[in-house]
Design a protein around this ligand. Structure first.
Ligand SMILES: Cc1cc2nc3c(=O)[nH]c(=O)nc-3n(C[C@H](O)[C@H](O)[C@H](O)COP(=O)(O)OP(=O)(O)OC[C@H]3O[C@@H](n4cnc5c(N)ncnc54)[C@H](O)[C@@H]3O)c2cc1C
Ligand code: FES
Length: 237
């Protein structure tokens, strides 16, 4: 996946408490520039307190993180926020691009609990799709690419209605445009619970600065504390 990095860290205190959908605030400098930590979803939790982040280089902070070498120390704060809440047996996970980041941890937990799931995986091109060999065993992805280089041509939205039929709960992570399109599928998604992982620029990550506040149907919510996972039907467009 060009421009995407997988970073494993030994972080037993964070890993032992982490739930799918939660995130960490990562310090992305040795000095104070950039000053603010950057939020990153917990991608996977491994054995012996290992924790993985999957991230795309988009600016200074993620560029700094991508330069880290094995053995260096990275300062993580977490786990933070409210993650995904699973209360059904038949799950549909929908990943748009780098939105796969929190969904692998969710898939691993759901499978360990004996639930069944379908993973709908979309990207612009085949080389931007999450590698199949890194998927948890037992996960058969349904893939779609915008240029048609693997799977059907289109976006996850084009396959969503068909796959949603067999699902009791839907979990999604991707760009805001994907959530907007999902919110418009009132007839196809019906009364199903759809939880999405929201993005917002964050100052502190734990409810102290109000920098991540968004207006919802339930009033103002802090993405870092009330979310990042929110019900799609609560969001305003
Ligand atoms: C809860 C949460 C979990 C996240 N998990 C992941 C993850 O697992 N993997 C991953 O690659 N990214 C994730 N992100 C996004 C990530 O935090 C940003 O890409 C990162 O902060 C950018 O930092 P930077 O210094 O590299 O870029 P900057 O120099 O700060 O910005 C570069 C560009 O990215 C845009 N940008 C920066 N931060 C955000 C943001 N939060 N939302 C939308 N656009 C932004 C800016 O507008 C600008 O155009 C997550 C964000 C949130 C809120
Ligand atoms: S980032 Fe500070 S309150 Fe959410």
């Amino acid at each position: 996946m060009p421009g995407i990095h997988l970073l494993w860290a030994e972080a037993p205190q964070v890993a032992s408490d982490a739930q799918p959908g939660q995130f960490v605030m990562v310090r992305t400098s040795e000095d104070h520039d950039p000053l603010l930590r950057r939020p990153m979803s917990i991608h996977r939790v491994g054995e012996n307190g290992a924790l993985a982040l999957l991230f795309e280089v988009v600016g200074r902070g993620t560029n700094w993180l991508a330069q880290r070498k094995a053995g260096e120390v990275v300062d993580l704060l977490g786990p933070l926020g409210c993650g995904f809440k699973i209360h059904s047996q038949e799950l549909l996970l929908v990943a748009g691009g780098i939105g796969i980041a929190p969904l692998i941890f969710l898939a691993e937990k759901a499978l360990a609990e004996g639930r069944r799931l379908v993973l709908l995986l979309g990207a612009k091109t085949a080389d931007q799709l999450y590698p199949r060999r890194l998927l948890p065993p037992d996960v058969e992805p349904v893939t779609i690419t915008e240029d048609g280089s693997l799977g059907k041509r289109g976006t996850v939205i084009d396959l969503l209605a068909d796959l949603a039929e067999g699902a009791e709960q839907i979990f999604a992570c991707g760009p805001i445009s994907m959530y907007e399109a999902m919110a418009a599928m009132v007839n196809e998604l019906g009364e199903k619970s759809v939880q999405v992982s929201m993005e917002a620029r964050m100052g502190c990550g734990f409810g102290g600065c109000a920098g991540c506040a968004i207006e919802t149907k339930q009033g103002l919510k802090l993405v870092c504390q009330d979310g990042p996972v929110l019900e799609l039907t609560d969001l305003l467009w």
